[in-house]
Ligand binder design. Sequence first.
Ligand code: PLP
Length: 395
Amino acid sequence: MYRERSVKLGKERSAIREIFEYGNARAKEIGRENVFDFSLGNPNVPAPDCVREEIERLLREMPAEELHGYTSAAGAPDVREAVAAYIRTSFGVPMRPELVYMTAGAAASLTVTLHAVLDRGDEVVVIAPYFPEYKVFVEGAGGVVKAVRADGNFHLDVPAIGRAIGKKTKAVILNSPNNPTGAVYGEGEIAALAALLEEKSAEYGSPVLLLSDEPYRELTYGAEVPYVMNYYKNSVVCYSFSKSLSLAGERIGYIAVSPAAEEAETLFAAVCGAGRDLGFVCAPSLFQRVAAKCLGKTSDVSVYAENRDILYRALQKYGFDCVKPEGAFYLFVRSPEPSAAAFCERAKKYELLLVPGDSFGGEGYVRVSYCVAKDTILRALPAFEKLARSYGLVK
Ligand code: PLP
């Protein structure tokens, strides 16, 4: 009676949500402070001061009809210009406001872009493990996901990507810093990927787009995040302020189409058309303005850096196998037994809530989100140690 795909998606059990709800129930039984919930990617560091200051200023000074009113479908002109200017000065790309589309976060940036470029049956390459919603976004836009495994350190396996690209491949989605692995792709691998995409675009006679999903761009621990437009012309950046400004619930981000992309204006028109199709027009107007004022600012990343160091060192010491994250706020830990779900079940006995990697296309791993209070991590360490002991990992 109703659209089958939507009913199925709506009813589907989300591993993360289930764990979250289990955590809430458990907190009622034994107290919140005794449950160590590492399941969610919700920033716990406060938004930087510029956010509050700008909200207060706008509330005081902006005329009522503008403050909460509609902006243009693609965003307020001054906001789009501010974003374009930021991209020009920060990354040296000659970005124009006419190629910037304000969105309700990265989810909207990706969905709109995929709807703009995919025809039914077109393929989109993603790097496994990957953010599970990619499958939903791609399939919702009529596409098919082709997952390509990252290498042993969770970096790009460019030859494998090459083997996955065929006549029907419209795009490759990159996410760096990465959820769930914390990998940050370096200049060498981005350049190699760009060369591959040039070659494949020429071979098949139409551009293979590079969609860069960048909610974690600023959350790095020393690593540089190359700006894809400087390496590959047919790029689209799907940006979000959810994590950088700790504004996940306010839903604000943007799409920036590379000015060097083939028929960039037509691609941007398709973005606008897809935005209309999906009802993703006029991103939240107050937060468009706030974001424009806070470009380049971040919440205090040193909090995540400290969490990462404490947790990574401890997990190594206890004998767990994990790669040190270079960015974002996740650790991807190898399960000591083949089933990550069984490992997560055992972790629950120690009140540790972890997410099995299976839904990320990372079987045999679990994701540990360290965007939690430092105190939670410190108090959870004995539980991690006991968990390691139960597998005979601690030497
Ligand atoms: N892409 C990745 C890799 C993410 O981790 C997330 C959220 O966690 C999103 C996209 C969606 O971000 P937003 O909240 O901006 O829609």
